[in-house]
Structure formats: C-alpha cells, structure tokens
Design a protein around this ligand. Structure first.
Ligand code: 5RP
Length: 235
C-alpha cells in the first residue's frame, strides 16, 4: 500500500526525489541526515538498485545504516577525496543561503562533510525558508566535560551580543541527555532573530568546550524546495 504522506512529508519527498535525480554515475556524494535526507537516501537507493554507480559518504551513523540497508555503497570520509556534491536538509535557510542545521543532532559531521564537497545542495520543504534565521533554536555541540561552564560562557556571549534573555536547553534534559555520534552534548539556544549569523558563529566557536554550532555560513550554493503538491522551487 502506498505511504499516506502528510503535506509536509509530501513536500520533503518531492525535494528528495528531485535531488536524487541529479546524481550521475560515478559521483562521490555526501549524504546528509534528517527526515528529508532519509527520503533522499531511499530514492537514491532505488536508483542504485537500478544500476547507478555512486559512493555515498554519510553524515551520521543513522544515515550510514539506512544507506547500507537500501543499497547505496558507502565510504568513510577519510578514505575518499573531495566529494562531487553534498545533499543535506536544513532547519532554516535565509535568502542568502545561510542555514541553521542540527535539529537532528548531526551538525558536526554534517558541517565536516558539507565543507568537504565541491557543491552543497540544501534539500528542504518550503517551511524551512525564512527571511531571517533564529526562530529555530540554534544547536551548539559541546564537550561533556565541564559543559555547565561552557554553557555559562555561551550565555555571556549571547547577552553581550544583544540576545538579552537567551533560553539555553540541554537537548534531552539532564536525566536523558542526547549524545551525538561524536559523544558530545547539544545546547539548544532560543534566540529569536539572529542579526549577524557569521559573527555569532565565529564567536561561539571560540569558546572552549564548544565543538561546533549549527550556523552553516556560505556553504549552500543552491536549494531544492519541495511543496506539498509536488511542485519544486530551486534557489
Ligand atoms: C540534522 C539536520 C537536518 O538536516 C535538519 O534538522 C532538517 O531535518 P528534517 O529534514 O528532518 O526537517 O540538520 O542534524
């Protein structure tokens, strides 16, 4: 029986199928993470079953497992050179192509893979496009050791940067904190509107204990945006 899709999932599927159709024989492809990218990996898997020859470099253990399950050959980033193209989702994208990512907790590997590619394509549904970033809480990946001290420094930076009452939440909560594929925690920072994403990203990454943050600056070269009726927009 065909899967009954919600309007948002139908939009994700349309974008995912269009992205998978862009891939050519022999490509080395970065495979992002998240629900849209799961649809993309399944769609790419169907093409591989039909004879397409590609190698995928996953951005999470979850994506790696799915790729193997659906027949997309995978390689470790350390074992390959520059990727031809990287596809990944986004939590928000602004008109300049700046993004917030990490809603699924994979921002560190995603940023490493994104910057190892010649070209990055965001694969999103229309709800992810925003005039300004910040409605989605900004994920910041931190070392577990001393994370309370790191959180205090993040809070101070945010206040100095004009975010007067930043709400910072340990993902998963104190009893069952979410742990990333690299063994770190994530602090989700609700900021409202992020006025200077690039400066904020640089300042956050200077704090000892911060491993990476979810602002993806000057990475996306284009985006495939799906709509619930299957229509597509590209930017
Ligand atoms: C995971 C991510 C995802 O790409 C982002 O959260 C979008 O996910 P989805 O496709 O499920 O909306 O950054 O860390």
């Amino acid at each position: 029986m065909a899967e009954q899709l919600s309007p948002q999932d139908a939009a994700k599927q349309a974008a995912a199928d269009a992205a998978a159709a862009m891939i050519e024989d022999g490509m080395l492809v970065g495979l992002g993470s998240g629900t849209t990218l799961r649809r993309f990996v399944r769609s790419l898997g169907a093409r591989c079953q039909a004879g397409l020859k590609v190698t995928g470099v996953p951005t999470s253990e979850t994506t790696r497992a799915l790729a193997i399950e659906v027949g997309v050959p995978v390689a470790d980033l350390n074992d390959v050179g520059e990727l031809d193209i990287v596809f990944d989702g986004a939590d928000e994208i602004d008109p300049q192509g700046q993004m917030i990512k990490g809603g699924g907790g994979n921002l560190l590997w995603e940023k490493i893979v994104a910057t190892a590619g010649k070209r990055f394509v965001a694969v999103i549904d229309g709800s992810k496009t925003k005039d300004q970033l910040g409605q989605f809480p900004l994920p910041v990946e931190v070392i577990r050791f001393g994370w309370h001290a790191t959180e205090r420094l993040i809070r101070e930076l945010l206040i100095e940067s004009g975010y007067l009452e930043p709400k910072i939440v340990l993902r998963g909560g104190l009893d069952t904190p979410f742990v990333t594929d690299s063994g770190h925690y994530i602090l989700d920072c609700a900021l409202g509107v992020i006025t200077h994403p690039e400066a904020l990203s640089v300042a956050l990454n200077r704090i000892p204990g911060v491993v990476e943050n979810g602002l993806f600056i000057d990475i996306a070269r284009s985006a495939i945006i799906g709509e619930p009726d299957g229509a597509l927009k590209t930017i």
